[in-house]
Design a protein around this ligand. Structure first.
Ligand code: ATP
Ligand code: MG
Length: 400
């Protein structure tokens, strides 16, 4: 098969490939970008594989960066862009079902494509548009099938993360796992225990954010892979419930966790420790907690001003979007209007501060101060008081 038109991202990289070829080596576009072009999906990163060894690539180009030279990857910088160029390699002596402990550079494209996970990810594209398809990836693309390259048992034993990758491609592409590949995942799901949470996390988030999340979550359940994900062991039923939410893509990681943990009915005080086990960033943990807090309020009633104030506009809108999954309408414009109309949006906008209060009331700092500021803040947000220094000082005096 030959592509007659290439996307701009590939066309820009053609001089790089030509230069490698003119030096007597082979070079191809490989990996997800080739798959995505054939699916008419937007492409993220253009990966190039070559028979040239890293030192040979570095000798050819003026500007390069060693980003992963031990894996054979050199970053080549051009005027317009930058490309990861990776030497053909095989991965040998896998131990503990994790990444290979040795990579061996080879001169053969076939050897390189053989070690890739799924047939649709094992296609190579020549600079002239010709597709190299050694494992029937094109027909699997056509039939929307995810099939391991070679023997799926062996491939999942080499690197158990591939099982999670398979599930995430189900979610991103809407493909089905081929029977033997699916069976091998069921039979080998316990191997996930050996995989670092960090690697599982990357794939699981892509799974949660995919367009075909629900069928993927069902496969995640049926293959029992979920059993080896932190905090999920007792959550089989809840996962199925989660897979029955409306099939609407979830915009962000924090929203995905909020929706999942709400379905799991995880108590608020256990949310942080759950997400820590998944090695989520502190920002994600905090955001998820806030979304869950807002969601519990918003599911029960329309916003009150104080909640929107505490969450801020972005998170209030993020909560609003979550209502869709509960069969409610997301009232984005009204939420924004409410937020816009708040008399203040943060404590710094309050017309009185701690020093002024202490001076005016002639008191030294203490618990009364934070309580009084909080009372002023709430009264202003709720529209009970004007945000005016004299008004607030008088109010504070009355409070004491
Ligand atoms: P995305 O669009 O999310 O980047 P991708 O298919 O490009 O998807 P990457 O993780 O960027 O995924 O990997 C690039 C390529 O490297 C894959 O297409 C596949 O050929 C190969 N690959 C990545 N991870 C593995 C793995 N664990 N086992 C075998 N091959 C892999
Ligand atoms: Mg990629």
């Amino acid at each position: 098969m030959k592509l007659t038109t290439l996307p701009e991202e590939f066309i820009q990289a053609i001089p790089v490939i030509k230069k490698i070829e003119e030096a007597g080596f082979e070079a191809y576009f490989v990996g997800g970008s080739v798959r995505d072009v054939l699916l008419n999906h937007p492409i993220h990163d253009v990966d190039i594989a070559t028979s040239a060894f890293p030192a040979e690539i570095k000798a050819l180009f003026a500007r390069t960066i060693d980003v992963g030279i031990e894996h054979g990857t050199v970053l080549v910088l051009t005027e317009e862009s930058q490309y990861e160029i990776t030497t053909f390699r095989t991965e040998s002596t896998y131990q503990d079902f994790r990444r290979p402990d040795k990579v061996q550079f080879v001169r053969s494209l076939e050897e390189d494509l053989k070690r890739r996970d799924f047939t649709i990810n094992a296609l190579a594209l020549r600079e002239n548009g010709e597709i190299v398809d050694l494992f029937d990836g094109l027909s699997d693309l056509e039939n929307r099938t995810l099939r391991a390259v070679g023997n799926p048992h062996e491939r999942f034993h080499e690197d158990a993360l591939r099982m999670m990758r398979g599930l995430r491609f189900v979610s991103q592409l809407g493909f089905e796992l081929e029977f033997n590949t699916l069976t091998a995942i069921k039979e080998n799901h316990t191997l996930l225990e050996k995989i670092s949470i960090e690697r599982i996390h990357i794939e699981f988030i892509k799974l949660l954010l995919g367009d075909y999340r629900n069928s993927s979550i069902r496969a995640f359940f049926e293959t029992e892979c979920y059993q080896y994900c932190p905090g999920f062991r007792a959550m089989g039923e809840a996962l199925l419930k989660f897979s029955e939410l409306p099939e609407q893509p979830i915009p962000t990681e924090s929203q995905a966790w909020a929706l999942l943990l709400d379905t799991f009915e995880t108590p608020a005080k256990e949310v942080a420790s759950f997400l820590k086990k998944w090695k989520c960033s502190n920002q994600t943990i905090q955001e998820t907690q806030q979304l869950l807090w807002g969601l519990s309020k918003r599911k029960a009633a329309w916003w009150d001003k104080m909640t929107v104030y505490e969450l801020g506009l972005d998170k209030s809108l993020a909560v609003e979007e979550l209502l869709i999954y509960y069969g409610q309408e997301a009232r984005m414009a009204e939420t924004k209007e409410l937020s816009d109309n708040l008399s203040i949006h943060s404590l710094s906008e309050l017309e009185v501060n701690g020093n002024e209060l202490m001076q005016f009331l002639d008191k030294s700092p203490g618990k009364w101060l934070s309580q009084t500021i909080r009372a002023c803040e709430m009264a202003v947000v709720n529209g009970e008081l004007l945000n005016d220094k004299q008004v607030l000082l008088t109010y504070a005096k009355e409070q004491l």
